[in-house]
Design a protein around this ligand. Sequence first.
Ligand SMILES: C[S@@+](CC[C@H](N)C(=O)[O-])C[C@H]1O[C@@H](n2cnc3c(N)ncnc32)[C@H](O)[C@@H]1O
Length: 269
Amino acid sequence: MIMDELAKLTTAVLASYKYRYISPELVRRIGARELAVRHDFKEAVKATKNKLHQVGGAYFMTRLDYDRALADLRAAAGDEVAWRAACRQVMALHASTRERLSILEEFYAITLADLPPVHTVLDVACGLNALAWLWMPFGAQTRYLACDMYADMMAFVADFMRLAGIAGETAVCDLIGDPPTQPVDLALLLKLLPVLEQVEETAVPRLLDALQARYLLISFPTASLGGRRKGMTASYEAQFWRWAAGRKWQVQRFAFATELAFLVSCAAA
Ligand SMILES: C[S@@+](CC[C@H](N)C(=O)[O-])C[C@H]1O[C@@H](n2cnc3c(N)ncnc32)[C@H](O)[C@@H]1O
């Protein structure tokens, strides 16, 4: 059987080391768009890889060695100071959690201070944020559900959760094609929305419509990955209010040095 262009493109992208653990659904989605606009197979493969790099690969500070990270965490288990240091070390390997390290002591304590007990939290496009569990004001009664587009990262997060004694589960997802719909108390959408918008303009409203959460913690970076700051906070804030328009939300705003956050109380969930 002759493979069609899209299947061929998906296979080609998933064959390269950097992209092999990415949700095949997301590769197909981006690939289909690129094939439609480029008409040249090689160009479409290249553009698909570029887009996947932009939304995921660019955040890795180095090629992650998950076995090594897990071994370091195992060695630190049982000693609270060493454990916190090991968690910080792993978070530093992904640009998004790395940027949060300087505000970690205050970020969750302040933004989530007024919430009633959280029984389920859904970390949407979690990256390595599970490693911040000790800094989140949750307890043994809280279930942590985490998803991201990388299968190897999600396997690591599941191993980490077992080691840390965190109840919950992980999933590999494509948030654009298949946004999560399970009812939860709190959904974390940390530095995610601008990333989704880079792929499809309607992805953010569709995700916000699909989520069934009583509270949302939505955040934005205050500088680009390259360190550029000019006007970013203001433009993300304006963007946030455009997405919020027409929704029955109550919003609290928090400005940190490296992150702008909004705690949203959703009226009907
Ligand atoms: C800026 S990082 C934020 C990570 C984490 N929320 C944090 O704040 O530390 C964006 C994350 O979105 C994930 N991602 C991007 N597009 C996605 C998609 N369509 N489906 C699932 N995950 C996606 C990336 O792999 C990456 O981990």
